[in-house]
Design a protein around this ligand. Sequence first.
Ligand code: THU
Length: 135
Amino acid sequence: MESITEAQQSQLWKTAQQAYQNSYAPYSQFPVGAALLTQQGNIFAGCNVENISYGLTICAERNAIASAVAAEGGQQMKIQAVAIANKRQIPCSPCGACRQVIAEFADKNTIVIFLGQKGVEISTLAELLPQGFSF
Ligand code: THU
């Protein structure tokens, strides 16, 4: 699973922590930041953006993915690793919807870094989304 260096891991983690500073989360008060490293070596950040019509909220991970696709192109962009952090420092992994969207641009080695029960956890998307939807 060690397909990224420790320096890259800590850079992603710091970028995710910076990203939640720009979050718009007046309803949940739960600012989230995501940072992803593409296979081309670029880093893109995203934060959650909530809406008064709650269901229109966009998660941090999906905003980071949208930025990466806009910059690199949807057919080219592949996720090497993604880190997700939240301002409240509450252990939580990416939601199911975001796992499926990450899967669209991932491979079996794609790494997901998040705050788990015992601190920062490094997992693969395959571990977090076994049998994700595909046809
Ligand atoms: N949220 C994310 O940004 N990513 C996730 O993976 C789960 C939840 C956001 C959505 C909402 O703005 C807030 O966290 C509380 O659910």
